[in-house]
Design a protein around this ligand. Sequence first.
Ligand SMILES: NC(=O)c1ccc[n+]([C@@H]2O[C@H](COP(=O)([O-])OP(=O)(O)OC[C@H]3O[C@@H](n4cnc5c(N)ncnc54)[C@H](OP(=O)(O)O)[C@@H]3O)[C@@H](O)[C@H]2O)c1
Length: 397
Amino acid sequence: MRPLAQSPAKAGSDTDASTERAAGGNVHPPIASVSLAGDISMEGKYCIVTGSNCGIGLQVARGLMRRGAHVIMACRNMTACQQAASVLRGEGLSGSCACRVVDLENPSSIRAFVTQQAEELAINTNSVGNNDNGSGGGGGAAGLRGGQQPQQGRRYVDVLVNNAGVMGVPPAPDGSDRHLTTNHLGPYLLTRLLLPHMTHGSRIINVASRAHYTGSLSLVPDPNGRAETIRNDTHHWFWQYCRSKLCNVLFTAELQRRYGYGSPFALTVDKSSSVSGVSVGSSRTLEGIVGGIGAHAVSPGLVDTGIARYLLPGQLQWLLAPLRPFFRTPEQGAEVVLYAASSSELQGRNTLFLHDCREKQPSAAARDPRLAADLWRVSAALLRMPEEGGEPDKGSR
Ligand SMILES: NC(=O)c1ccc[n+]([C@@H]2O[C@H](COP(=O)([O-])OP(=O)(O)OC[C@H]3O[C@@H](n4cnc5c(N)ncnc54)[C@H](OP(=O)(O)O)[C@@H]3O)[C@@H](O)[C@H]2O)c1
């Protein structure tokens, strides 16, 4: 594939620690610590990063703040989120951050988060640039200083980073696969609900993995009455994780087809310049199509984070010690995310999968357009939402 940037990385395998070895790949030393996106300003950009209280997500939040962005740290653990935010605020970065609660395993939590975001975005730029430590008390006045009045107009989400993820978790009490729920269905719902709050040039970054090369996905008739469902044909965490990461790339592909650069589908703008919804084609456009959403799946490499904590609880973490020299730091793992979020090289390009800040061909399954469309449709059905257009939760608009 054509390199998109001068990458300092060596070629090599780079999946998550456990999947790497299970897939028979080779680990390799971390990439040199350079920041390919380091000079790109994100001044004033409104960015949402899920799972940003630790690991790669925390470094993504830090990198975006360093570049001047306002970062919504979307986390399920508010104590951890606020501790992380407080550290970031103490570093004198030029951007700002706010803590907001979202649990990607819980559709109600996701809807409440988006409703709150809609309110805060409507408040316009006053909400950006302040370090709001609130955990989301509603009311939409986050970030307003004393005496400030909300301005007319609104903002959009410039960058959504679907970073949060789990590996090695046990199934939910109903037997469902929590890798699928947390790593795919939650981000799918979050993204769908946030799309009306994006505009031309917004970017969606899905943190996938080279583990997707090992993943497979099949859809089967649903015994519960829906037309199809995702086949739960494995109960081993490894295959479930790989499948969820394949879903990340397939979801990205379908996002590109529907809302990417040059797509016949588009978001539409009404006369007051607020996004009125998602429609097919241009017939509903009043002031022109503002499609052109950048959607990219990225692989951070083999990164030393706590992602294996469900497999290796605290007292067994020492087992990873011999592998640590081969791990990237979370900061290095975040580089490809920051690159995808900010690089001008990606503007106007539907680059599907990035590793080491380079375009890389994803698996054949991940490039199957029919599978991508089917996954979109089945995911919508599982979440009881329409395949496109208006959302079930009017408050999310
Ligand atoms: N580490 C690697 O080698 C590697 C390689 C390839 C891809 N990745 C991907 O990189 C992403 C980040 O992983 P990481 O390595 O940084 O792991 P991590 O340190 O364990 O961070 C995961 C983050 O996701 C959050 N999260 C988990 N379940 C959630 C839920 N239901 N709702 C909201 N947030 C939730 C966690 O919150 P809590 O703190 O509350 O648990 C945490 O903030 C994942 O998508 C992972 O698949 C990692």
